[in-house]
Design a protein around this ligand. Sequence first.
Ligand code: TNX
Length: 511
Amino acid sequence: MASCQEKKEEISFPKTDLAKAPLVPKPFKTISTGSAFGLDAGTAIFTSNSDAGFEKVGKFLSEQIKSKTGLQIGVNSATEGTLERLIYINQSDSVELKGPEAYQIYIKKDSILLNAKTAAGAFRGVQTLRQLIPEKSNDTLTDHPIWVIPSGKIIDAPRFEYRGSMLDVARHFFTVEEVKKYIDALAYYKFNTLHLHLTDDQGWRIEIKSWPKLTKIGGASEVGGGEGGFYTQEQFKDIVAYAAERHITIIPEIDMPGHTNAASLSYPFLHAPDAETPRVRTDMRVGYSSFDTKKDTVYSFLDDVIGEITAMTPGPYFHIGGDESHATKKSDYIRFVEKVQKIVRKHNKRMVGWNEIVQAELDSSSVIHFWNKPEYALKAIENGSKVIMSPAKKAYLDMKYDSISEYGLNWAGLIPVDIAYKWDPGTYVENLPEENILGIEAPLWSETISNSEELEYLAFPRLIGYAELGWSPSEHLDWDDYKERLAAQVPYLEAMQINYYPTKLVNWKKE
Ligand code: TNX
């Protein structure tokens, strides 16, 4: 040990400034102490053993260190003799940790201490550590490579409990691998939810064992005439588990009573006689399909569908869509939403629906997903319901950046990278109190995109800004400060082979 200590003394680090690290989302509070922790082959990770989740978080960190630096860092395994520096991930019940996702990091010369109440909090803190590890080692400080991590203290907790994105796998199908790649990026920026829009007029993407034609017939098409596709239940469970390992909850959406052409094409009894007759749809129109809200068999069908899906999703929510049901009479729509809410409650989930659902009488546990009408979001207050903020004009990842954007739509306007960042989800809907706001979600509709490269072109870099809007306190939301930190994300995006739109608004830090 004595020789180790001497060795440590020898390293004299250049002066550092933790507060200048380009972290996204920006932490609640950062205090610099000017020195450094040298990550090298002599580092070991140890974790609390009071909660099995902490060791998993330690292993995740070890894997990420390996892929970034090549270092093989043991978790709860190093022997005294080889241990020079320590990263300790500690379960703590400290009252200073506000909420399950809060964490604190103390970085000193000989140790990093990461405190969190829950494994989810530890996982969020690990993302901060990943961002603090430099791309390149310093090979001149000592006789071996060292990755210099600035010393100091970070105190952090999210502003909103719900920070999500949505992927429309219905208009175009995305493979399990493509969804996992998106989940990896969400995790890096501390998102905790991925909403999957699993069904629409053009396709049904989730296997339902009691109604096999949904995927056999309804899964075989997509926008533009491609072959479509669907997830088997095993594949869907695999996505849920992959997300859960990253402390991300999957929210499944079955859109209804409109956006149901693919379901009604598979089982014609579902179809409302007044709506357009089901046929394979590969166009982008909306608002022409509807379930028959008067038939009991439609509700027993939905009980089966909701039952099978909720059995595979551990998260608290089930999303019923409910948007743009222009082919359903208003009174029928209201009754339908109220009946489906009962089914969702029966399966022990909280119902989420696009903002139109407030026309129905809602349970206070149901969540309103705001996208276009502020007056609908405000109705949530009367009801005691929470609201997810996805204003189309600011948060829709499928809107074009500018008039020359390759992909995307423009019905809600163009959304350049600065406009996507310059709004506050806490005050966007006037008179909606922050305590009614569950959080923020950035939806990515897929009419114009069909693979990871195209998806990433629309999502990045805007998604990174939404991560900060959901996590960081409003005092930290400053475009000029943010755009510098955004520019520094290039090495991560390149290492992960994530495509992004290189907007001229940002001075990208390319090699
Ligand atoms: C509106 S937003 C829709 C979707 C489209 C999207 C395209 C919402 C709840 N419904 O059906 O895909 O616009 O931007």
